[in-house]
Design a protein around this ligand. Structure first.
Ligand code: AR6
Length: 164
């Protein structure tokens, strides 16, 4: 596991994770950036997926992206932390890794799911992200390169602290 600052759409990994919404039909933030970079064929494939539940994940091809696949997951909207948000956010990381494993993905990059428009506090979200990925890799005794792709130096500092 490592944390970097980058635009996730530029990463040449087996799969990048998209912080989508339940429709899977695009939006703003990292979702908008991924759809723009992948091209309209991504939206076409997403139309056939029938949406995605909060905490679940679905995979598509990467089209014009350097990444081979996009794993679309839907984070929870932050409502103060007592509405099941931690469990749902952990589900995003766990389900994304399960889907990755099923598709032979050896390298994966995650954005900071739910911490933008959905308002999840970065420190708490980071703790869940790192703990859930660590636990998954340990339980599955597997080799997967996991990159936490931060979009600001501030987020990178939070991730670096959590990883050390
Ligand atoms: N590369 C990496 N990280 C990025 C990029 C990028 N190109 N662009 C933004 N981020 P958000 P959410 C960071 O709002 O909170 C969409 O409309 C951003 O700085 O994209 O899960 C969906 O359709 C933040 O740290 O996702 C949903 O409706 C992180 O990505 C809703 O937003 C997540 O911010 C999902 O909200």
């Amino acid at each position: 596991m490592k944390a970097i600052t980058a635009d996730i759409t530029t990463l040449k990994v087996d799969a990048i994770v998209n912080a989508a919404n339940t429709t899977l039909l695009g939006g703003g933030g990292v979702d908008g950036a991924i759809h723009r970079a992948a091209g309209p064929a991504l939206l076409e494939e997403c139309r056939g997926l029938g949406g995605c539940a909060v905490g679940d994940a679905k995979i598509t091809r990467g089209y014009k992206l350097p990444a081979k696949h996009v794993i679309h997951t839907v984070g929870p909207v932050w409502r103060g932390g007592h509405s099941g948000e931690p469990e749902m956010l952990a589900g995003c990381y766990r389900r994304s890794l399960e889907v990755a494993l099923e598709h032979g993905v050896k390298s994966i990059a995650f954005p900071a799911i739910s911490t933008g428009v959905y308002g999840y506090p970065i420190e708490e979200a980071t703790r869940i992200a790192v703990a859930t990925v660590r636990e998954f890799l340990k339980q599955n005794e597997m080799q997967m390169d996991v990159v936490f792709c931060c979009f600001s130096e501030r987020d990178l500092a939070v991730y670096s602290k959590e990883l050390s």
